[in-house]
Design a protein. Structure first.
Length: 125
């Protein structure tokens, strides 16, 4: 079974607690048979903190990178990897305060003596 509603839920998550709740709901949707079909170490233990989400995303990436198991294990592993990657990105974005971009700097160049300065026409010398 492919679960899809989590993408919208993660995008709407306002804080870390929301992401952790979505992780819990996502995990609850998995059947025992789906969990049993996963490669060893892929199913997360207890996920209670931001660090748990980030750590398990890395663990899944490592398992996926060295995967050489049965083809039946791969779809579930990929679904978990995709979900935990999105959850980790969302939790990181929430934790990073929004920063306004710096103001654009105007290029400095030589001004012609004939150009306006401070709103007044330049006077000949």
């Amino acid at each position: 079974m492919i679960r899809k509603s989590w993408r919208t839920q993660l995008k709407a998550a306002a804080d870390e607690r929301d992401v952790l709740a979505i992780v819990g709901h996502f995990r609850a949707e998995w059947s025992n048979a789906e969990i049993a079909a996963l490669p060893e170490g892929a199913w997360p233990g207890r996920i209670c903190t931001r660090e748990d989400v980030l750590s398990h995303a890395v663990t899944l990436a490592e398992i996926h990178a060295r995967f050489d198991g049965a083809a039946a294990e791969l779809p579930g592993l990929q679904e978990l990897l995709l979900f935990f990657t999105h959850a980790a990105v969302r939790i990181a974005k929430i934790a990073t305060p929004a920063v306004d971009p710096p103001p654009l700097k105007r290029p400095r160049g030589r001004r012609s003596s004939r150009k306006r300065r401070n709103g007044h026409a330049a006077r000949g010398r």
